[in-house]
Design a protein around this ligand. Structure first.
Ligand code: TXD
Length: 319
């Protein structure tokens, strides 16, 4: 059986990290694509030269022409610009929407059967636009954000409780922005929900609220430290978890930006919700029960995503 083919549209900080992780995990052959000449080719060759050391067999090709992504099984999109200190994710919309139009056309032409994972910000609007520009089935186009936001939440909780990250589960719903909704009630240490851990004296509600806010600010905290760009290691790892769930038909239950066609009362938008990812792409959207507060926060998050989609339509009326 031929190896999987994974195309990376955008070979920058996240794209290069994706290529390296895919190689180390031997998930398949890799095509790095970018408009910058030399970058995809150089990073591809460098990672290929690491393969004898880390014992993985993979073909790594760098390209500046979309034909190189022909027949890809998975396409991961990071093409666009990241934010600088002081910029919000939403400030990237104008530039990155035009990039999504080009990327959508390339995928439509050369990899219409692929499972597409969009990472480019502002994520919930960009994945929605990418699906429309590409015309691919809605269950085969998803956005990566919830796994990253949940991973940040899980890390901060594990640090607070001094337990292994492996025993901390977390749920983050809604848009990948300041209005994201970390769900304490559905987040646990070894199945013990956070509210019980507060009652058990493991932490205080105040500490928990601070952790939730730090999760919301997770991206900005790193942008503020790096100054020249945004996070790329954890975003890359998060997207790889989604790609692996698809390629290995793992039926993973993961928080991703998925197309909603009425679930949670949302129609024709992409928002962060729990889904099952397997060989069929998004095989099921899981509708969890939200209490009044959570519902209100979720609706506010949906409203901010709707505003971004409106802004996209003002720029590209054909959306
Ligand atoms: O959780 C999330 N979804 C976010 C997403 C987490 C972190 C970063 N987030 C966003 O991912 C970030 O705001 C950016 O919009 C993307 C990519 O971030 P990255 O850090 O990888 O940016 P780089 O290093 O600038 O890489 C972007 C590459 C760069 O090499 C450009 O030459 C290329 O994109 N690029 C293009 N490729 C193809 N086609 C076009 N038009 C194009 N324009 C730029």
């Amino acid at each position: 059986m031929a190896r999987n083919k994974i195309a990376l549209i955008g070979s920058g900080m996240i794209g290069g990290t994706l290529a390296h992780l895919i190689g180390l995990k031997e998930l398949g052959d890799i095509v790095l694509f970018d408009i910058a000449e030399g970058i995809p080719q150089g990073k591809g060759l460098d990672i290929a030269q690491s393969s004898p050391v880390d014992d993985f067999d993979a073909s790594l090709v760098g390209a500046n022409d979309y034909s190189a992504i022909e027949g890809a099984d998975v396409v991961i999109v990071t093409a666009g610009v990241p934010r600088k200190p002081g910029m919000s994710r939403d400030d990237l919309l104008g530039i990155n929407l035009k990039v999504m139009e080009q990327v959508g056309a390339g995928i439509k032409k050369y990899a219409p059967g692929a499972f597409v994972i969009c990472i480019t910000n502002p994520l919930d609007a960009m994945v929605w636009a990418l699906q429309k520009f590409s015309g691919l089935p809605k269950n085969m186009v998803v956005g990566m954000a919830g796994i990253l936001d949940s991973a940040r939440f899980r890390y901060f909780l594990a640090d607070e409780f001094k337990v292994s990250v492996e025993d901390v589960t977390a749920f983050v719903l809604g848009g990948h922005g300041d209005s994201m909704v970390p769900l304490a009630r559905y987040s646990t240490v070894a199945g013990i929900p956070l509210p019980d851990l507060v009652k058990m004296g493991w932490t205080s509600q105040e500490n928990l609220d601070q952790i939730i806010q730090r999760t919301r600010d997770g991206g900005a905290e790193i942008v503020g430290l790096l100054k020249t760009g945004s996070a790329f290691y954890a975003p890359a790892s998060s997207a790889i978890q989604m790609a692996e769930a698809f390629l290995k038909d793992k039926k993973r239950v993961l928080p991703v930006a998925a197309h909603l066609s009425g679930q949670y009362g949302v129609k024709d938008m992409y928002v962060g919700v729990p889904v099952i990812i397997g060989a069929g792409g998004v095989e099921r959207v899981i509708e969890i029960d939200l209490n009044k507060t959570e519902q209100k926060q979720f609706e506010a998050s949906v409203a901010s995503v709707a505003g971004l989609c409106e802004a996209c339509i003002n720029i590209a009326p054909n959306l």
